[in-house]
Write a protein that binds this ligand. Structure first.
Ligand code: KG4
Ligand code: ZN
Length: 358
């Protein structure tokens, strides 16, 4: 079975062909980074127009790369939520057009479920690993979302949010801090690189939401701490103090994400921890997660770097299960800017109800 995946929820136009077992046959990602970089973040209208320009060549190149035509495929999976409305629309309309012309079944996929299942993808040249079994705890940290999930299966009803961020996502914090420091966009990979040469203990940074059993996050205060540091000491030039600041900020984010993910696994008595989302490409996060796994007797699974950041292979895989069961949404695909996964964490400040999320 081979499925074509299409992803246009934010600033990547992507298409991929994936087999039933999760083998990635082709994977094409056209990034809009250069387009949005001058603005320090994604400009929705520019994103939609760029998707429109690139969607056809990207899909064609995924088909050519997989040496298939539509007639060789068994279905199409397309991201239909959450994301920027105009951006989602481009991918969904393209997918619907292909499905109509070819008669292939088509299913809509939630982008977050794509990220959560990305760990099942296998790419050429990668070592084989033991099969992954449910349940697992997943720490999803991307530019738009940061949450911990208990994943008992591939269906939305089998995925439960245990806690999420009350304000900024972890990737958003990386991006905002980089913007503040005049480093460029997206901030994650730049800070990751600079932090490598810095001293993470040089500048004290609070650990946000430190309560031991809380599975909620708050990253906006961390960004404020960096802003205060800059106000007090001036914009660090390209020197060791910039590297120390990046390293100290990154250490605080990484420590917080890992500590809470491990705690979630302990509370849920689940012994597998999966990282997902763009921030899971972070070098220090990956190292710390692996070490924490050894210390706490957890099997830690890290998707390959290409599977962490936005891609269409994860969307193809997440849609595969419904297609394999003979399902199709046809023209009834529903788009939404929100995720299908119920939220337990309320955004914003203030007291929480007793019995709410930890
Ligand atoms: O999953 P993703 O590609 O798109 C969303 O669904 O948001 O995540 C993008 C986010 C950006 O905020 C980016 O700065 C962050 O992931 N990111 C990283 C790294 N690579 C990407 N953050 C920290 N370290 C990295 N190496
Ligand atoms: Zn994403």
């Amino acid at each position: 079975m081979r499925v074509l995946g299409i992803e246009t929820s934010c600033d990547e136009t992507a298409a991929a062909v994936v087999t039933k077992s999760g083998a990635v046959v082709s994977d094409v990602v056209h990034s809009q980074i250069a387009l949005h970089a001058p603005f320090g973040g994604v400009v929705p209208e520019l994103a939609s127009r760029d998707h429109l320009r690139n969607i056809r060549p990207v899909i064609e190149s995924a088909l050519v790369g997989a040496k298939v035509t539509l007639a060789d495929l068994d279905g199409i999976a397309v991201t239909c939520q959450p994301g920027l409305a105009g951006a989602l629309l481009v991918g969904v309309q393209a997918a619907l057009g292909l499905a109509w012309a070819s008669g292939l079944p088509i299913v809509g996929v939630d982008h977050l479920i794509g990220h959560l299942l990305a760990v099942f993808l296998t790419r050429e040249g990668e070592e084989e690993r033991a099969p992954i079994e449910f349940p697992f705890i997943a720490m999803l940290a991307s530019g738009g979302h940061t949450a911990i999930y208990r994943v008992d299966g591939v269906k939305p009803g089998e995925i439960r949010e245990l806690g999420a961020t009350r304000d900024d996502a972890a990737g958003e914090a990386f991006d905002k801090v980089a913007k503040l420091l005049g480093l460029g966009y997206p901030g994650g990979p730049i800070i990751d690189r600079l932090a490598l040469e810095g001293d993470a203990k040089a500048i004290p940074m609070a650990r946000p939401m430190p309560r031991r059993d809380s599975l909620e996050f708050s990253f906006s205060g961390l960004k404020t701490q960096v802003a205060r540091y800059v106000e007090k000491h001036g914009q660090p030039a390209d020197d060791p103090s910039l590297r120390d600041l990046c390293a100290s900020f990154q250490r605080s984010v990484v420590d917080t994400l890992i500590r809470k993910a491990v705690r979630a696994a302990q509370i849920e008595r689940v012994d597998t921890l999966v990282l997902a989302g763009g921030v899971a490409a972070n070098r220090e996060l990956r190292e710390h997660a692996t070490r924490a796994g050894k210390r706490h007797d957890l099997r830690v699974l890290l998707p390959s770097l290409k599977s962490c950041t936005d891609n269409a292979a994860m969307i193809a895989y997440a849609g595969m299960h419904r297609l394999a069961a003979g399902e199709s949404d046809g023209a009834a695909i529903r788009m939404s800017t929100r995720t299908v996964l119920p939220r337990v964490t309320r955004k914003g400040r203030g007291r929480r109800e007793p019995g709410g999320p930890r």
